[in-house]
Design a protein around this ligand. Structure first.
Ligand SMILES: Nc1ncnc2c1ncn2[C@@H]1O[C@H](COP(=O)(O)OP(=O)(O)O)[C@@H](O)[C@H]1O
Ligand SMILES: [Mg+2]
Length: 394
C-alpha cells in the first residue's frame, strides 16, 4: 500500500504525454472490427476475449494478482470474457466462478471444467472437455502469465499455430527476452550497454566447476549477481559476496534453470520504462525503484511493502529522454510488439545500463507498467483496450 500512495503522490501532473496518434493501421480485416476515423480499430460487436491466468511458473501467484486487476477494470461492454486458468502443474481449466476466487487462489475449488487451448485453426479458441466436447471460438487472447510457460514464447507459439491474435510479444521476442543470456548476446551485438556477464549450462558447470568460478572471479569480481537464465520476479537470484557464496548461489540458480547467468554488480538507480506499440512503439515516463532490501528481491517486490517507487524517476529530462530512447531501441532490436517493460540501472556518473526486458510485466493496477502509463495520461482500462487493439493489428 505504501507503494501505491507514493506513486500517487509523486505522479501528479508531472509526466510527459506520450500518445501521439502513432497507432499503426491494421493489416487484415477482423470479424467484428472496423477502423475508426483516426485509424484505430473500433468494435462493432463484443470481442470474445480469452484471459489466460496462473501458469506452470514460479510467478503463478503474480499472475493471479495481475489478472484480478484486469478483470476488475476491463470494459465489459466491449468484451465477452472467457477465463482460462492454468494450474501450477500445468492443467488447464475453463473457469466460470467468482473473479474474487482467483486472487485468493481458491478458483480451482470453484466452477472449473477441464479444457485445452486448441492449436487447430478450425477451432480458433479452446475446447471444453466434457462428455460432448464444446468448442469456444475466441477473437483474441490476453495471456496474463508471467515467467516460464507464459512469458517465454511457449503459449505464444501455441496461439500462433492456432491463428488467434494475442496480446504482447510473439514467440521469438518472448523467448529471447526471457532468456537473460540471449538478451545479453543480442543487445551486446547491437551496442546496447549492459552489465559484463558470463553464462554456463549445468552440464558444462558440472564438468569443470572451478574453471567457471575462476572465470567469474577474474572477469566480474565480487559482489556479483547470480541468476537463472530463465526465471523472473527475482526467484533464484543471489548477490554473491565471495567465492563460497558464488558456489552456493550457482546451486540455487540451477534449481530454477539448466543455464545460469552471472553479472558484475552494477551501482545506481533502478529505472523502469514502459513501452507500448507495434511498429512505432512509444515509451512512457520513467519510474524509479528504491528497493527495501539489499536488492530488489522477491520479498522487496511483493511481500514487505516497503520498497519506495518514484514516478517520474528522480533524474533530469535529458537523462530521461535518453533512457526512453534506448528503451524503444532495445524493444525494436528484440522484435517486441504489444508491450514490454524495459529495466535499467542509471549510474551516478550518468551511464545507462540495460538490465532486462519483461515481455509480460506485472499488470496489477499498482504495478509499475500500468502506473507509468497512468502517469503519462492513459488510464488502466484504456491501456487494456490499447493492448487488445495492438494484438488485433498483427
Ligand atoms: N548486475 C546487477 N547489479 C546490481 N543489481 C542487480 C544486478 N542484476 C540484478 N540486480 C538486482 O536484482 C533484481 C532482479 O534482477 P533481474 O535481472 O531484474 O531479475 P528478474 O527477471 O527476476 O526481475 C534487480 O531488480 C536488481 O535489484
Ligand atoms: Mg527484473
Amino acid at each position: 500500500m505504501v507503494l501505491y500512495r507514493l506513486i500517487q503522490s509523486e505522479a501528479g501532473g508531472v509526466c510527459l504525454l506520450i500518445f501521439c496518434g502513432s497507432q499503426q493501421a491494421r493489416r487484415k480485416p477482423q470479424a467484428g472490427l472496423q477502423p475508426r476515423r483516426n485509424g484505430v480499430i473500433g468494435m462493432t460487436q463484443k470481442l470474445k476475449l480469452g484471459l489466460v491466468f496462473g501458469g506452470a511458473s514460479s510467478e503463478y501467484e503474480v499472475s493471479l494478482l495481475s489478472v484480478s486487476s484486469v478483470l476488475a477494470n476491463i470494459d465489459r461492454t466491449r468484451y465477452d470474457i472467457y477465463r482460462i486458468g492454468i494450474t501450477k502443474d500445468g492443467r488447464m481449466f475453463y473457469y466460470t466462478g467468482e473473479d474474487s476466487c482467483i486472487a485468493d487462489d481458491t478458483w480451482q475449488d470453484g466452477r472449473c471444467v477441464p479444457c485445452v487451448l486448441s492449436p487447430s485453426r478450425e477451432h480458433h479458441g479452446f475446447v471444453i472437455l466434457k462428455e460432448r466436447p464444446e468448442v469456444v471460438r475466441l477473437d483474441c487472447v490476453f495471456p496474463v502469465l508471467h515467467g516460464k510457460n507464459g512469458e517465454d514464447g511457449t503459449i505464444q507459439g501455441l496461439l500462433t499455430m492456432a491463428g488467434i491474435p494475442f496480446v504482447g510479444c510473439g514467440t521469438l521476442a518472448s523467448a529471447a527476452c526471457m532468456d537473460k543470456a540471449t538478451t545479453h548476446t543480442l543487445l551486446d551485438k547491437a551496442g546496447v550497454l549492459g552489465a559484463k556477464w558470463r553464462a554456463v549450462t549445468m552440464h558444462a558447470y558440472q564438468k569443470n566447476q572451478a574453471a567457471f568460478l575462476d572465470e567469474v572471479e577474474h572477469a566480474l569480481g565480487f559482489p556479483c549477481f547470480v541468476k537463472p537464465a530463465n526465471a523472473g520476479s527475482s526467484v533464484g537470484i543471489t548477490k554473491a559476496a565471495d567465492r563460497d557464496m558464488l558456489a552456493s548461489a550457482m546451486e540455487l540458480a540451477f534449481r530454477h534453470d539448466a543455464k545460469v547467468v552471472v553479472e558484475e554488480m552494477l551501482y545506481g538507480k533502478e529505472i523502469e520504462c514502459a513501452v507500448l506499440g507495434n511498429e512505432e512503439p512509444v515509451a512512457s515516463c520513467l519510474g524509479e525503484i528504491a528497493p527495501s532490501n539489499d536488492f530488489y528481491d522477491y520479498n522487496a517486490k511483493y511481500i514487505d511493502g516497503k520498497t519506495v517507487t518514484y514516478v517520474p524517476a528522480r533524474i533530469t529530462e535529458k537523462e530521461s529522454d535518453e533512457i526512453r530512447r534506448i528503451a524503444v531501441q532495445a524493444y525494436q532490436i528484440m522484435g517486441c510488439r504489444g508491450f514490454a517493460r524495459v529495466d535499467f540501472f542509471f549510474s551516478e556518473n550518468g551511464e545507462i545500463y540495460l538490465n532486462e526486458i519483461n515481455t509480460i510485466p506485472g499488470f496489477t493496477s499498482i504495478s509499475m507498467y500500468p502506473q507509468l502509463f497512468v502517469a503519462s495520461g492513459v488510464p488502466y482500462s484504456s491501456l487494456i483496450d490499447r493492448l487488445i487493439e495492438y494484438a488485433m493489428a498483427c
